[in-house]
Design a protein around this ligand. Structure first.
Ligand code: NAD
Ligand code: UFG
Length: 339
């Protein structure tokens, strides 16, 4: 296989995936508009892997820029991370989310097919299951009602990419439904770097631990779970990244259309995470129970059996390492990629 284009490759999951791809011997090109990331993450990636990664600062909505990249580089497959992902913001700016994520992907896919590149791995999400019909969630679980425009962009893009593959079986389309990625590379040099107040649990906890926030607000303790707080399937971002390397092998075998859950199969509550973080790192996380967050569900965890069977992939890291690695990144980089 020729080159792999990683869109959104400067971001959290993208940067970790670039490391694993290069270490697996793949030839990688990165595209990112840096709207939610820093080019410095790619400098850090270069240090980890010992070589510079070709980078295009470009937008997936910019057809001319995409044309230029596909003309210059012989790209055989795209791993498509680029997209806006803040759930709350998507309810305030639905147009921007549909434009960026859907129009952006349509433009990307059109340029790809014009250049004869019909292999794509797409970042989807467990959010497409809505309030899941059953737990653990297999890929057979029906898709549900999303509670926000961000979730709908994922659900709709799954449909769009599936329809494109069904109409032209030269396409290989792999939809990866991620559960809750946390953790960071062992080096502590790349990691999640949210703008402003974090929406997600782990970056909020690490910002409390580093003294940037006073305490964690736990959104509800009256769910039907073992301790009343929400249960999720947290997965180490390096495991998730390796899942993409495995998916690429599947593409090389002419996958057609495939859908895989990428999770661990274990559910942890908010308070389980607080406790594990405190024990792993010897820091105290003060918290307060507040009301439920609108749109949240009680429990969400994967049955990751299909990915194991068909991709030979399963998550290796446990919750302790996820907590240790998240903290190492935050502690070493209290201001993210800013010096
Ligand atoms: P991220 O924001 O760190 O990475 C996304 C990257 O895409 C950023 O670097 C951003 O600058 C870039 N980008 C956004 N719009 C772009 C555009 N129009 N053109 C070019 N680049 C653009 O987020 P992440 O957590 O690494 O997520 C990667 C993908 O995985 C996203 O599609 C996200 O929706 C999906 N996902 C994330 C999670 C999660 O919890 N982190 C869960 C499920 C799915
Ligand atoms: N939570 C808190 N306090 C916080 C933040 C979160 O109690 O400050 C709780 C939530 O209520 C939930 C759990 O921690 O019970 C996890 O919340 P996150 O916001 O970290 O993650 P979500 O499961 O809500 O959503 C994440 C991504 C979505 C993605 C989904 C896939 O944000 O983009 O996982 O499962 F679609």
């Amino acid at each position: 296989m020729g080159k792999i284009l990683v869109t959104g490759g400067a971001g959290f999951i993208g940067s970790h995936t670039v490391v694993e791809l290069v270490q697996a011997g793949k030839d990688v090109v990165v595209l990112d508009n840096l709207s939610n990331s820093s080019e410095k993450s790619l400098d850090r990636v270069a240090t980890i892997v010992g070589k510079k990664i070709p980078f295009y600062k470009a937008d997936i909505l910019d057809r001319d820029a995409l044309e230029e990249i596909f003309s210059k580089e012989s790209i055989d497959a795209v791993i498509h991370f680029a997209g806006l992902k803040a759930v709350g913001e998507s309810t305030q700016k639905p147009w921007e989310y549909y434009e960026n994520n859907i129009a952006g992907t349509l433009t990307l896919v059109d340029v790809m097919r014009k250049h004869g590149c019909k292999n794509i791995i797409f970042s989807s999400s467990a959010t497409v299951y809505g309030n899941p019909a059953f737990i653990p969630i297999t890929e057979e679980c029906p898709k549900g009602q999303c509670t926000n425009p961000y979730g709908w962009t994922k659900s709709m893009l799954e449909q769009i990419l599936s329809d494109i593959q069904k109409a032209d079986n030269e396409w290989n389309v792999i939809l990866l439904r991620y559960f809750n990625p946390i953790g960071a590379h062992k080096s502590g040099t790349i990691g999640e770097n949210p703008n402003g107040i974090p929406n997600n649990l782990m970056p909020y906890i690490t910002q409390v631990a580093v003294g940037k926030r006073d305490h964690l607000s736990v959104f509800g303790n009256d769910y039907d779970t073992h301790d009343g707080t929400g249960v999720r399937d947290y997965i180490h971002v390096v495991d998730l990244a390796i899942g993409h390397v495995k998916a690429l092998q599947k593409i090389e075998e002419k996958a057609g259309l495939k859908i895989y859950n990428l999770g661990t199969g274990h559910g942890y509550s908010v308070l389980d995470i607080v406790k594990n973080f405190e024990e792993a790192n010897g820091v105290k996380i003060p918290y307060e129970i507040v009301g439920r967050r609108p749109g949240d569900i009680a429990t969400c965890y994967a049955d990751p059996g299909l990915a194991k069977k068909e991709l030979g992939w399963e998550a290796k890291y446990g919750i302790r390492e996820m907590c240790e690695d998240s903290w190492r990144w935050q502690k070493n980089n209290p201001n993210g990629f800013e010096d």
